[in-house]
Write a protein that binds this ligand. Structure first.
Ligand code: G3H
Ligand code: 13P
Ligand code: ZN
Length: 333
């Protein structure tokens, strides 16, 4: 049976993005796979009154079960109200949808937003598939994110990464033909906790790795072509050194993990970038806290004992992003 996101108390991204672009801030898009992540996200959004996008990847659907995740998101709206957030603005979004069928099934299942990621296909095929998804989604007022350009992989050379950047000369034609509601672009971010090799970085006076800056010239050129159009940044975790160090101190092995410096994300959030995707930082916060707790309390075996501090650490991280990086606090009162 089909269900509309509106019946679940969710919202799509249209008004949220328009407001964010005008206001010079970005909406956090946090991935979730389990209850503790969801609780931390909702607590952080409710406390800061920030609009929030709950992202479900194909991997999350496989891990946690799509039905369960959807009901969890529905429950999250009620939970947010219970926490005193009178008008929660929560989007349930499919992250990196890779087929029409998957996007359609999410639309039918109560998602308020879907991403069709056809960025690895040739341009015309990307246009065709994206258009097909948009045609279906818009019938139900579900918004669609598309992608142009390929996010660099960690193995890429800096020079070959450049050739994957979104081509500003393609964006007008793409948006016109597909009628997508937002566009994910490639300007030097990438997924995971190893966004750059040490060879791609320089070192500061303390020997700390400093990654190359994002291609703000490409972002500017895209903004000029599509004034006011919502732009999305994937792969935007900062990979906080404190979490990497905490993981490594308590038995982990994360050598040379490196992310996007926060000042660069702050700059992006003030531009047409109105959705910033963060997943890895949540994984790191959770794992670091669990490792520390178990190392310091070897006798503990009740999962609540180590998942509680893990949830608290994630919540702290989400609040920090909302207030100090994206600037979305107070935008959903
Ligand atoms: O874009 C990737 C997200 O971090 C989701 O990752 O596919 O491992 O759930 P996942
Ligand atoms: P990170 O791996 O940088 O957190 O990116 C997540 C993301 O882009 C999800 O789509
Ligand atoms: Zn992504």
């Amino acid at each position: 049976m089909k269900v509309s996101f509106k019946e679940l108390g969710l919202v799509n991204t249209r008004a949220m993005f328009a407001k964010a672009v005008k206001g010079g801030y970005a909406i956090p898009a946090f991935n979730f796979n389990n209850m503790e992540q969801l609780q931390a996200i909702i607590q952080a959004a409710a406390e800061t009154k920030s609009p929030v996008i709950l992202q479900v990847s194909k991997g999350a659907r496989n891990y946690a079960n799509q039905t369960l995740l959807r009901y969890m998101a529905q429950g999250a709206v009620e939970y947010a109200k219970e926490l005193g957030w009178k008008k929660p603005q929560i989007v349930l979004h499919l992250d990196h949808g890779d087929s029409y069928e998957l996007c359609k099934s999410c639309v039918d299942f109560g998602f308020s937003s879907v991403m069709i990621d056809a960025s690895s296909l040739p341009y015309e095929e990307n246009v065709k598939l994206t258009r097909k998804v948009v045609n279906y989604a818009h019938k139900y007022d579900v918004t669609v994110e598309a992608e142009l350009g390929v996010l660099a992989g960690v193995e890429d050379e800096v020079s070959s990464a450049v050739s994957h950047y979104t081509k500003p000369e393609e964006v007008i034609d793409f948006v016109k033909k597909t009628k997508c509601d937002s566009l994910a672009i490639s300007i030097g971010t990438s997924h995971g906790a190893y966004k750059f090799t040490p060879e791609q970085c320089t070192r500061d006076e303390n020997g700390k790795l400093v990654p190359p800056p994002l291609a703000f010239n490409v972002l500017k050129a895209i903004e000029k072509k599509l004034p006011g159009f919502p732009i999305v940044l994937h792969g935007s975790s900062s990979v906080p050194q404190e979490y990497v160090d905490m993981c490594n101190k308590y038995g982990g092995k994360l050598p040379n993990a490196i992310g996007i410096p926060e000042e660069q994300l702050r700059k992006a959030a003030k531009s047409a970038v109105c959705k910033i995707n963060i997943d890895s930082d949540s994984r790191l916060a959770m794992t670091a806290a669990v490792r520390r707790h178990l190392a310091e309390n070897p006798g503990h075996f009740d999962p609540r004992q180590y998942l509680k501090p893990a949830r608290e650490e994630m919540k702290k991280m989400y609040i920090h992003k909302i207030i100090n990086v994206l600037g979305s606090n107070g935008k959903a009162r």
